[in-house]
Design a binder for this molecule. Structure first.
Ligand code: DQQ
Length: 537
């Protein structure tokens, strides 16, 4: 059987074959970036989980090595699940991960390099004093996993482990003087009702000012902390910004912020089990996330692979301290090839303008729109208040005519628009002359194939249009993924899509406007993207 590989990504990290999920233990060590990830060596569905391992000099070109950690001991014989890396003093990497033991309990283990003079860190050993931490008597032993990078403070190492208590999501805190003997704090580090199991917690400092990142153990006065969790039941992540009280072993989110569904998100689309790390080579904090397939598992089996990692993103605090900002790592720009530009292009109601001259199925597009006036913005219907952004985008979409928008990009479009994935804005006038900017990445029309998950992903963008009437948008288009970064790096949305016509050379890119107000494309630059020379094959 000839398998159709038109949906295989060219510059998004993906497995040589088989299933991948969570990024694990990312770190920079000895001049190399290491990425481990959840991997099934035996097929394109979840199962038989090991830590696959790839290394890179630039986060773009990857070399796949043998799996680093795989079931071999009583404390991980039923699976080697997610975890994190910590660099101990003396430049010694150590991995904390969840093992599924003989009784199917989730326990926290460690692994260390077998040979520290091998910069590739190919072989890892799991010493006999594992597991380091087992679930307490009162704990649910199947909801206790995903240890964080540990941090050092006041003579102790601290780490978090995700869990739940009834329906309350919990981050348990453990402390240790020697990294080998761990004691649990009496109360959770943080928790929230009605959120279910907290998977893959991540906790780190961000400077109040500036784009640079901080080591996880760096606690200057001028920092805020980020606490992120992945919600098992709904498959989305949220984060809060807040204050860390080391002496109390507690984290308290800032007042205005919400724990849960209406909280802040790194990405309003397909992005899960993310993990960040501090990159000392460029003093930045980098975020990796997993984007699952949204076709069927039969199709994954047929194509022989499933799951990608999103483009690594630099993450930092917005100057107003209200949210995080994210941008693709600068190294990605080395893949830019053929370039085309469009300047001062007016888009009237119903206009579709093609951006020609690039490989539209494999591209990086950066566009700046100018809005002449806010007068025609549609009123925000009070009955929509109960809708989240995604449902509002589902209701309005890219085809229903509006006042200010919908306008934006049509990615992965077939010539006659039987298929397209629009990434666009709709602007509403809310009460008190406030304007709401909705950003959507809508998979509804992405494919003529029916049995796919085609959500209308969306998020709001916190910008003030009264003073600055421009909206920017950058989309990374890669065959079956469209990863978009909205105005001011504030709102990100990743969609997985499976066009049947708009593939390879048959894929097109347009800018469009379906709003009554004319919008100007101030500038648009699009590049064909080259594939990395070495892509994890
Ligand atoms: N995936 C891992 C777990 C984690 C989940 C298992 C999140 O450790 O909680 O593959 O996707």
């Amino acid at each position: 059987v000839k398998v159709n590989q038109v949906h295989r990504t060219a510059f998004h990290f993906r497995p040589p074959s088989n299933w991948i999920n969570d990024p694990n233990g990312p770190m920079y060590f000895g001049g190399l970036y290491h990425l481990f990830y959840q991997y099934n060596p035996k097929g394109a569905v979840w199962g038989n989980i090991v830590w696959a391992h790839s290394v890179s000099k630039d986060l773009i070109n990857w070399e796949a090595l043998e799996p680093a950690i795989y079931p071999s001991k009583p404390f991980d014989i039923n699976g080697c699940w997610s975890g994190s890396a910590t660099i101990l003093p003396g430049n010694k990497p150590i991995i904390l991960y969840t093992g599924i033991d003989r009784q199917n309990r989730q326990v926290q283990n460690y692994a260390i390099p077998a040979n520290s003079s091998d910069l590739y860190l190919r072989k890892w050993i799991k010493p006999d004093n594992n597991p380091l931490v087992v679930p307490d008597a009162g704990m649910n032993a199947t909801a206790f996993r995903d240890p964080t990078t540990a941090w050092w403070i006041d003579g102790h190492w601290k780490m978090l482990v995700g869990g739940k208590r009834k329906h309350r999501g919990v981050a348990h805190l453990y402390r240790s003087k020697d990294f080998m003997h761990w004691v649990k704090a009496h109360h959770p580090f943080h928790s929230a009702p009605h959120t279910g199991m907290w998977e893959c917690p991540d906790f780190y400092p961000v400077p109040l000012d500036g784009k640079f990142g901080l080591d996880t153990s760096n606690f200057g006065a001028d920092v805020k902390h980020v606490m992120k969790v992945s919600l098992d039941e709904t498959r989305y992540e949220y984060y809060t910004l807040g204050k860390y009280f080391p002496e109390k072993d507690r984290y308290v989110p800032d007042k205005a912020l919400v724990d849960g569904w209406s909280g802040l998100r790194y990405d309003y689309g397909n992005f899960y089990a993310s993990k960040s790390f501090f990159d000392p080579a460029k003093s930045r904090r980098i975020l990796w996330g997993w984007a699952n397939e949204s076709d069927t598992s039969q199709e994954d089996v047929a194509k022989g692979w499933a799951g990608i990692q999103t483009i690594p993103r630099v993450v930092w605090l917005s100057p107003d301290g209200k949210q995080l900002l994210q941008w693709p790592i600068e190294e990605l720009e080395t893949l830019r090839g053929q370039k085309v530009e469009l300047n001062i292009q007016k888009l009237k109601l119903g206009d579709y303008v093609e951006v020609k001259g690039i490989t539209a199925a494999q591209a990086d597009v950066d566009v700046l729109f100018t809005i002449p006036s806010l007068d025609k913005a549609e009123d925000f219907n009070p009955s929509w208040t109960s809708l989240d952004a995604q449902r509002l985008c589902g209701l309005k979409g890219s085809k229903i005519q509006g006042g200010l928008g919908p306008f934006g990009l049509l990615t992965l479009a077939s010539q006659n628009l039987e298929e397209f994935t629009p990434v666009f804005f709709r602007i509403f006038k809310a009460q008190g002359s406030r304007h709401l900017v909705l950003m959507c990445s809508d998979a509804t029309s992405s494919s003529l194939q029916n049995n796919l998950y085609k959500p209308s992903f969306a998020g709001f963008v916190d910008v003030d249009l009264t003073s600055y009437k421009k909206l920017s948008l950058r989309s990374l288009i890669d065959h079956s993924v469209v990863e978009s970064f909205g105005p001011g790096a504030k709102t990100c949305i990743t969609s997985r899509v499976y066009p049947t016509l708009a593939v390879n050379k048959e894929a097109h890119l347009f800018v469009f406007n379906n709003g009554t107000e004319t919008i100007t494309v101030e500038s648009l630059t699009a590049w064909s993207m080259n594939a990395p020379q070495q892509m994890n094959a």
